[in-house]
Design a protein around this ligand. Structure first.
Ligand SMILES: C[S@@+](CC[C@H](N)C(=O)[O-])C[C@H]1O[C@@H](n2cnc3c(N)ncnc32)[C@H](O)[C@@H]1O
Length: 272
């Protein structure tokens, strides 16, 4: 008679843990995209072609779901759909036992990585690290000689895209998620990624916008992605030059893994 009681208790407990985990991750997403407080009208950055403009604009629910608006208050430029994609990828590699750490190349305020760390915490994962690679001073000037696709790009002039390492650490700490499972690679990708002390990656998220930044990340990290791991490209739809870097790399390496759409710009594929 004892066994059914224990089984019932156990199933009740796992129900409670699942519910608490879902609620924590849901609340984390709402905080990260600033769904709770909404931006005031004068505090929105709006994407216009390649340019991010400061515009008076009311809070836009659809924009925040799709990561179409640039909020000055939110902790990530990634909207709900892309956060859900991150959750899907991280939970899948944990469930399937795909070896490796998680990385984002191009973190801005670090919100997507805060979410990655939160997912690991919610699942009690203690043997994976979240890596944040960024200059922490914005984008590099275009190097049109080596990367003609970036010619004339002006994203390096946007001060809003330059967030210091201290500011990112401070945000992690506010979520109580700054610990030894979070590591930072400060500098240009061309200088930091090749020798980064990372053995294997299970989730590799690229959000560096430029052809150069996308290519530097792929060339230096792709081979470290474990079979069954995920490659997520944030800017594939938004920027022609980012898409071109992905196509060039995949063609060069003969990669045919199916590309899946997340929203209007973000895509991912799973390494076979
Ligand atoms: C669009 S933001 C990233 C948004 C972020 N993933 C989020 O969750 O909101 C682009 C970031 O990439 C960084 N970046 C772009 N190219 C880089 C490069 N070649 N080396 C280092 N950092 C780079 C910029 O400093 C900036 O923080």
């Amino acid at each position: 008679m004892v066994e059914p009681v224990v089984a019932r208790l156990r199933s009740g407990m796992s129900y409670t843990i699942d519910t608490a985990r879902t609620a924590y991750l849901d609340l984390l997403k709402r905080c990260l995209v600033n769904w709770l407080y909404h931006d005031t009208e004068h505090e929105a950055l709006v994407r216009f072609r390649d340019y991010a403009l400061v515009r008076r604009r009311p809070f836009d629910r659809k924009g925040r779901e799709n990561g179409r608006d640039y909020s000055i208050q939110a902790h990530t430029l990634v909207g709900f759909k892309r956060l859900e994609n991150i959750q899907h990828c991280v939970e899948t590699v944990v469930r399937d036992g795909i070896a490796g750490d998680l990385i984002e190349t191009g973190v801005w305020r670090g919100g997507a990585c805060i979410f990655m760390r939160g997912i690991l915490k919610a699942h009690g994962v203690t043997d994976r690290t979240v890596w944040l690679a960024d200059s922490f001073e914005g984008l590099p000037k275009p190097n049109a000689e080596n990367y003609p696709a970036d010619k004339g790009n002006r994203l390096h002039t946007y001060e809003e895209l330059a967030v210091s390492l201290e500011a990112v650490k401070d945000l992690f700490a506010r979520y109580d998620l700054l610990d030894e499972q979070v590591k930072f690679l400060k500098g240009w990708f061309r200088d930091t990624l090749a020798d980064a002390p990372i053995d294997a990656l299970a989730v590799f998220r690229l959000d560096g916008d430029l052809y150069e930044s996308t290519m530097d990340a792929l060339v230096n990290l792709y081979d470290r992605v474990s079979p069954g791991g995920f490659i997520i490209v944030d800017d594939y739809g938004a920027y022609e030059y980012c898409r071109q870097a992905v196509h060039d790399f995949r063609a060069e390496r003969g990669i045919n893994d199916m590309i899946h759409e997340v929203d209007w710009t973000c895509v991912y594929w799973r390494k076979i």
